[in-house]
Design a protein around this ligand. Structure first.
Ligand SMILES: [Zn+2]
Length: 208
């Protein structure tokens, strides 16, 4: 298997020089930097949303981890995002007798939770200009996917979530951001940054 992978890589003129991980300090530091610069430029906003909290599990639950009775068809194992019986799209607060699918506990409540949102809406025109200026060098599929997203309209998207595992949310002094002690960056935000952080680690280790 290793030989197959290596041969495939060599076919694309790739070599394997550095094994990085997004959990390393370099990625955490660079992720803080990106978030702080975005915030200084007015592209990050704190918003409050309502989310299901499981008291017995001690955690917020993603929509699909909440189950209960469908208000439309009475199916008893409808998920918080959708009823698999009648196909209706649901909000977890719509469910009758909701329970946590993690533990089965019915001791759940709706709580406010704050998160940082990346205001991609404000970057719509700049990103379209950039895609138009660079797209000629990209594969056609990449250009059409990028334009599809832009045509549908970019939305503000949460870059943090209620989870214990991941890159912590820190302030400029390196302390936990108040109110974000039990939150981390969403992996979609920090994982692409890891490519840059891993390159930084490689450059520092090899003197390149
Ligand atoms: Zn249903």
């Amino acid at each position: 298997q290793y030989e197959i992978q290596r041969a495939a890589g060599e076919g694309f003129n790739l070599s394997y020089d550095w094994f990085g991980r997004s959990s390393r300090p370099a990625n955490s530091a660079l992720t803080q930097h990106f978030a702080q610069v975005l915030e200084q430029n007015g592209l990050i906003e704190e918003r409050t949303s309502k989310q299901v909290y499981s008291v017995d599990d001690g955690r917020f639950l993603p929509d699909r981890y909440v189950e209960g009775t469908c208000p439309t068809c009475g199916f008893e194992k409808a998920r918080g995002d959708q009823c698999d019986n009648c196909g209706r799209l649901l909000d977890p607060v719509d469910l009758i007798d909701p329970y946590s699918s993690v533990s089965g506990s019915k001791n759940i409540e709706i709580r406010d939770t704050n998160h940082l949102y990346l205001l991609q809406t404000q970057m719509q025109d700049k990103i379209r200009d950039w895609v138009n200026s660079k797209g000629a060098q990209w594969p056609g599929l990449a250009v059409s996917i990028a334009n599809k997203w832009l045509d549908e309209g970019l939305i503000a998207r949460a870059i943090t979530r209620d989870l214990s595992w991941g890159v912590p949310v820190l302030d400029a002094d390196g302390n936990p951001r108040p109110g974000y002690e039990d939150k981390v960056f969403y992996v979609w935000f920090d994982a692409p940054i890891e490519y840059i952080a891993a390159t930084q680690e490689w450059a520092e280790a090899t003197g390149n």
